[in-house]
Design a protein around this ligand. Structure first.
Ligand code: ZN
Length: 62
């Protein structure tokens, strides 16, 4: 569930707007406006998946 109650600048289109927070598993976060939401969700999901894969590879190595 995404709520757009915070005023800020969208990290995807760099336009001042009401934004929602997206958290990355490495602790970083970005904000997106409603227009960029689907794109942002996809981006964050891909980043997190890549990060998980990287961590799995790192822990799998001797
Ligand atoms: Zn945007």
């Amino acid at each position: 569930m995404y709520v757009f109650t915070k005023e800020g600048i969208c990290d995807w289109c760099h336009t001042p707007s009401y934004v929602t927070k997206h958290e990355y598993i490495d602790g970083k976060c970005h904000h997106s406006c409603e227009k960029c939401l689907s794109f942002a969700v996809m981006d964050v999901r891909q980043f997190n998946l890549a990060e998980i894969e990287l961590r799995n590879k790192m822990t799998a190595q001797p």
